[in-house]
Each structure stands twice: as C-alpha cells, then as structure tokens.
Design a protein around this ligand. Structure first.
Ligand code: ARG
Length: 470
C-alpha cells in the first residue's frame, strides 16, 4: 500500500478498506493531466520563491520522465498506489529525492483532482466537437447529392407530405449542429482553473493563481475555493450534452433500422457495418445502428448517476465525488465509439432513390397540395379539406392515387378541378414549391446548405487557439 497520508494513524488500513477506497484502477487515465497540472504548479512555486529554481527544474524533469516512461511502457501504474496522484508523487520522490516531497506545497488532492478532471473533460469537449464536425461534413455532402431525391415525410409514422432526402438528413444536421454549439457553450463556461484552492480554503502561501490558470490554458482562476473543490457541474453539463447527442444518434439509428428493413428498403447498410445470424443464413442485421440506439441507455445512466451522487453532498470535498470518474469515462468512450461508427455507417450506406420516390408517390402525400389547389381557385380551405378527404376515400376504395383519377371523376367531387390539377399535385411540384425558409424545395435547401457550409468552415476552436475569447 502506497499512500500520501499515515502520520496520524496508528493502525494499518484494512486491506479491503484500502481497495474500496482506492481509485488508481480508473483515475490512472488522468496521468497526463495530473503531470501537466503539477508542472504548472511547481513552475509557479519557483516564480513565487517558494521552491528554488533547481528544485523546480528537478521536479519538472522528473515529472516529464514519469510520463515518458509510462507512455513507453517502461513504467507500469500498479494497484499498489491509492490513486494516480500518489503514484506520481511516490515515483517522483524515488527519482529526484527530497525535492519530490515539496511538489505538494500549497496544494491538496482536492484541488488537484478538480484540476485533473477539468483538464480531461476540456480535452474531451474538443474531441467530441471534432467528431461531430466530421459527421456534419458527411451529412452536408449527402445533402448536396440528394437535393432532388424525393421521399415521403412522416408524422405519426404515417406518410404525410413529400420531402427530399436532403431535407430529412438536414433535420439531423441541425441537431448535431446544436450539439456542437453545446460543446462550445460548456467549454466557455467551464474553462476556469480550480488549482490553488487547496483542500477547500485556499492556502497561506503566496500562490499566483492567475499564473497557473494561464499556463494551463484557462481564461483565469475560479473565484471561490470551496466551490472549486466541490464543483462537478461541468461534468454533469458534459454528460447532459453527451446524452442529447446519443438521443439524436438513437433516433437516427431507429430510422436507419426501419429504412434498412425489407418493408422500406430505402437504404442498404454496407456489409462492413452489418452482421449475420448464426442460424438464419439470409440475415444481414443492422447491429451497429441497434447498438448505438442501445448504448444510449448507459450514457443517460451516467448522467442520472452523477446527478444522484451529487445531490446530497455538503460543502466542500467529499469522497463521494470520486464516483464521478468511472461513469463519466464510460460515457465518454461510448459516445466517442458511437460517433465514429455511426459516421462510417452513414457514409457507406446506399440510398435507394427509386424506392424512396415510389414510396413518396403512394399514401396520398399530395393530398394537402390538392386541397391547396382548390384554395388557390377560391374554395375556402376548410371546404377544400373536406372535398379532398372525400376524394381520398374514393381513391382508397378503388386502389388509386389522386393523379390516377381521370378529370371527369375529380369533377364529380368539385367542378373547380381542371386539367392543371395533375401538374399541381405531381411529386416534383409538391416538393419544389415548398420554398418557405427551412422547407424542402431545392432553392430553400440550397440556401440552408450555403449557410451551413459557411458555419462549418468557421470553426469556433480556431478563435480559441488564437487566444480570442468570444
Ligand atoms: N481519488 C480522489 C478523487 O477522485 C482524489 C481526491 C482525494 N481527496 C481526499 N481528500 N481524499 O476524488
């Protein structure tokens, strides 16, 4: 057992207690962040004349050596340490002697772990944003290629009005675009540095918190030391944003599963993203889409888990907070995997344009347009609605679409119908005339795509890199 405390204790820690308490098996993931934070802390201690220049150099070199050795495999992080912080300090002291014991001056594991976690989440926010950007790029390309791929739009899973594939994909584009905006929002909210908050009440050493905050890429230090060691809001914000991403991926997956079924045959998922059955030789299953849908549950679980963990904790740090890590790490890995695989699946999927178009022609998706035709010729909308309703009933009885009805029959419903009805309710007219902003008509779609192309080219992370704070 290697731990950072013990002076106050007479008895040995029970082996089971030690294991129960330890977090090394999962917080080892924070090694790099822990070392980056420690280097910034030590450098500041030197600038504040709390450590000598020589001690600072030895500490920094020692810490870099630990990271290199772990990354190369020369040094293993073993369960004999309580947590990643103990591992680093013990190794540092073994390497450089007494100077290693001075690193923790003016610091507590409470502000240390708060910092490590913040650095880690911040990286994950940027990575998730990048993954979303890749998916948006894929969708935008598909949208541009499918501006006139007609398909039925559904409400209540019943055919409603015709749209285009570009329009349908565009709906998901907007969702994932907002998911990216959430990444930006939470980056700007969370990017303040807790280091220097000590155990809960700061310290009597003359720490320069501005210095460490800037060195670590934060906008500045946090403003209340008790809040700093107790705050896990940003983890909850992130899990909440990840949950929304999963909700979007899951809805999209559900549609792909439907579209890939024999009943729809709107799409065919590539062999590389499908799996077979051990018993039914004919099967090609959409397992990836199903798994993405399924894994949504565990990401929601992480969010609710942490919300519940945090709800009753008095200020300031309490050990309950160690429970933030496993849930969060699992959610992060899950979402990352889902975003990568989902993008690959969509990119390689074949869209059956003919099948979609045929489907759009059935199911009276042009009934609203038939009513609008009558309205344009002076019939009040409510009357037109009733007339076309009767017409649809007649068509269903004869297994015909509206456009298959001869004009003489249409005139039995309303004398207002003329020869130009057929053009007015053709699939092409129905879609192309829907030119309201945000609608599926080509011109409207092109305008939306142009805005989105521009948005996608201007990455919010660029202004971050150039140091401009929005
Ligand atoms: N492993 C701990 C955590 O993840 C580190 C902080 C420990 N602090 C303490 N006072 N025991 O929360």
């Amino acid at each position: 057992m290697a731990q950072l405390w013990g002076g106050r204790f007479v008895g040995e820690t029970d082996e089971l207690v030690y294991r129960f308490n330890a977090s090394i098996s999962f917080d080892r993931r924070l090694l790099r962040q822990d070392i980056e934070g420690s280097i910034a802390h030590a450098s500041m201690l030197v600038r504040q004349n709390i450590l000598t220049q020589e001690e600072g150099t030895r500490i920094t070199e020692g810490l870099k050596g630990i990271l290199e050795d772990v990354e190369s495999g020369a040094l293993a992080i073993t369960e004999e340490y309580e947590d990643v912080h103990s591992f680093v300090e013990a190794n540092l002291t073994a390497r450089i002697g007494d100077a290693g014991k001075k690193l923790h001056t003016g610091r507590s594991r409470n502000d240390q772990v708060a910092l490590d976690m913040r650095l880690y989440i911040r990286e994950q926010v940027l990575k998730t944003d990048e993954r979303l950007k890749t998916l948006l790029q894929t969708l935008l390309d598909l949208m541009e290629a499918n501006l006139d791929t007609y398909m039925p739009g559904f409400t209540h899973l019943q055919k409603a009005q015709p749209v285009t594939l570009a329009h349908h994909l565009g709906a998901y584009f907007e969702m994932f675009k907002r998911d990216r905006q959430r990444m930006r929002d939470l980056y700007y909210r969370m990017n303040y540095c807790p280091l220097g908050s000590g155990a809960l009440a700061g310290t009597t050493y003359p720490l320069d918190r501005e210095d460490t905050a800037i060195a670590l890429g934060f906008f500045g230090p946090t403003l209340n030391s008790m809040d700093s060691v107790s705050d896990r809001d940003y983890v909850i914000d992130f899990l909440s944003a990840l949950s929304v991403i999963m909700m979007h991926l899951s809805r999209f997956s559900e549609e792909i599963i439907l579209w890939n079924s024999d009943e729809y045959r709107f799409v065919e998922i590539d062999d590389a993203y499908s799996t077979g059955s051990s018993i039914m030789p004919q099967k090609k299953n959409p397992d990836i889409a199903e798994l993405v849908r399924g894994k949504t549950g565990r990401v929601y679980a992480a969010l609710t888990g942490l919300l519940v963990t945090m709800k009753g904790i008095p200020l300031a740090y309490n050990k309950d907070m160690q429970e933030d890590k496993e849930l969060t790490f699992d959610a992060i890995d899950t979402v990352d995997g889902c975003l990568v695989l989902f993008n690959g699946m969509v990119k390689t999927m074949k869209f059956n344009r003919r099948r979609m178009e045929q489907s759009a022609k059935r199911g009276f998706t042009n009934a609203t347009d038939a009513a609008d035709y009558l309205v344009k010729k002076g019939v009040p909308f409510r009357d037109a609605h009733g007339l076309v309703g009767r017409l649809v009933l007649t068509c269903i009885g004869e297994n015909k679409s509206i456009e298959e009805m001869p004009l003489s029959r249409l005139k039995e419903i309303s004398p207002v119908f003329e020869e130009d009805i057929y053009d007015a309710i053709s699939l092409k007219t129905c879609v192309e005339n829907r030119l309201t902003q945000g609608g599926p008509g080509r011109k409207a779609m092109e305008a939306a795509i142009a805005i989105n192309r521009q948005d996608l080219a201007a990455d919010w992370k660029d202004s971050l890199r150039s140091g401009v704070r929005q």
